[in-house]
Structures are given as structure tokens and as C-alpha cells.
Write a protein that binds this ligand. Structure first.
Ligand SMILES: [Zn+2]
Ligand SMILES: [Zn+2]
Length: 239
């Protein structure tokens, strides 16, 4: 309803990805070319069986999962973290186009629906963003994505149960070891009873080094969760 009102009050006159002029709305935020571009990149390369990162060729596990196996059960994404998937994340996050999460969440729901290994799912948890980001943007993009996914797959979301208890400096410039050190004990589970023996689906926007979801997974399993799986909008290359 809110999205419908927003579309009426603020019609979008440019494609959110390439700025091509036209009539766009929450259900159709991008132009046909951008849509085709998004679709054509899905399944363009094989993926790591465990974390879902793209492999150059062949099958099996990426180098990362071979050397440092993640604790989560399975990770999958809609597409590779390059254009136009990267632009969509930037528009959602940095330009604050919250409505974009509707379509992105819809596509993530498709990925979850079609992968039997995700199921059954008891609870969906969005990865908590830092306080600084939340204050800057006023919303948590992972929560918006998770909300849409839950709506479509009829799942329950709890965006309060996993808390960020430690601020971490900007992670982009850091090495993997530094990131992991910073993230250690950065999260905490508020009510352990609610996740005890539950199959959890973690939702994040992008999977790159995987450090954040790895630490969230560790925290959830330690607090009693039975299994944690991960779905993201985009993922990196594992080669
Ligand atoms: Zn476009
Ligand atoms: Zn992998």
C-alpha cells in the first residue's frame, strides 16, 4: 500500500540503473535492457557448491571454502557483484531508494524458493548494519530485502534478535585477517530461546569475503541455532 502511494506521489521517470527515461515504479524499477542484463548474468558461470561464489570453470568448491570452510550450510546469490548488480546495491544503499528492495527481495525469494537445500526455514534474520550506517540512511537495507523475501515465501523475520554489539571501522581497505579480527564478537543473540534448534536464513546484500556472514553464523550456532544458510543479492568471484 505504501509502495503504491509512493508510486502515485513520486512517479519514477528514469531507470534506477542506467537513468534511461520512461515510466517506472516499485514493481518495474528498471528498463528492459537493464532487466535483460541482470537476467543474462544469472547462471553465467558455475558457482561454488558451498558459498555460491562464482567459479572460473568446473564445479566443486572455491579456493576460500577449500582452505577455510565456512560454518554456514549453504550460501547463494541472485547474481555476480559487478554491473548492474553492483549499481542496484549502491542505489539502494547510498541513494536510499528503499523501494528498490521490493524487486531485489523478490528476486532473492526466487533463489531461495528454487534451492531445496535451503528448506525448511524456521526464521529469517537480516544481517545488522552498523549504527553509523543506520543513522546516515535511516534504514537497514538487509532488513528491507528480508522483509520482502519473507512476504513472498511466507516466512517469519526477526530483525532484532541478532544485534551488533561492536562498531567496526570501514572494512573495505582491510585484509581478510584484519576484517575477521575486527568482526570477532561483533554480534550477539538477544534471546537464545527463539533460535534454539532453528534453521536460520541469514539475509545480506553482498557476499564478498564472507567475513560478516561467517561471524553472524558463528554467533548464531554458538547460541544454539541448528543450521544457518545465507542468501545475498550479489556475490563475488571465487577465483
Ligand atoms: Zn536501464
Ligand atoms: Zn566457496
Amino acid at each position: 500500500m505504501l509502495n503504491f502511494l509512493m508510486d502515485v506521489l513520486f512517479p519514477q521517470q528514469a531507470c534506477c540503473l542506467c537513468r534511461k527515461e520512461g515510466r517506472y515504479n516499485t514493481r518495474h524499477p528498471w528498463c528492459e535492457e537493464c532487466y535483460q542484463s541482470l537476467m543474462s548474468r544469472q547462471g553465467c558461470l558455475p558457482v561454488c557448491d558451498k558459498c555460491g561464489k562464482y567459479l572460473e570453470k568446473g564445479e566443486g568448491l572455491c579456493v576460500d571454502c577449500q582452505q577455510n570452510p565456512p560454518l554456514f550450510f549453504i550460501g547463494r546469490a541472485v547474481g555476480p557483484y559487478d554491473e548492474p548488480y553492483r549499481i542496484a546495491v549502491k542505489v539502494l544503499k547510498f541513494l536510499g531508494r528503499r523501494h528498490l528492495a521490493v524487486k531485489m527481495g523478490h528476486m532473492m525469494a526466487g533463489v531461495v524458493k528454487n534451492e531445496p537445500r535451503f528448506w525448511p526455514i524456521d526464521l529469517v534474520i537480516p544481517v545488522p548494519v552498523s549504527w553509523a550506517h543506520l543513522q546516515q540512511r535511516g534504514f537497514n537495507q538487509t532488513e528491507e530485502l528480508a522483509r520482502q523475501l519473507c512476504k513472498e515465501l511466507n516466512l517469519k523475520m526477526d530483525a532484532r534478535i541478532l544485534k551488533r554489539i561492536k562498531e567496526t571501522p570501514a572494512q573495505r581497505e582491510l585484509t581478510r585477517e584484519e576484517r575477521e579480527k575486527n568482526l570477532l564478537f561483533a554480534f550477539s543473540v538477544k534471546d537464545k530461546k527463539k533460535i534454539y534448534r532453528k534453521n536460520i536464513l541469514l539475509v545480506d546484500d553482498v557476499y564478498t569475503t564472507g567475513s560478516t556472514v561467517r561471524e553472524c553464523t558463528r554467533t548464531l550456532l554458538e547460541a544454539g541455532a541448528a543450521r544457518v544458510s545465507v542468501v545475498t543479492w550479489a556475490t563475488g568471484k571465487g577465483f
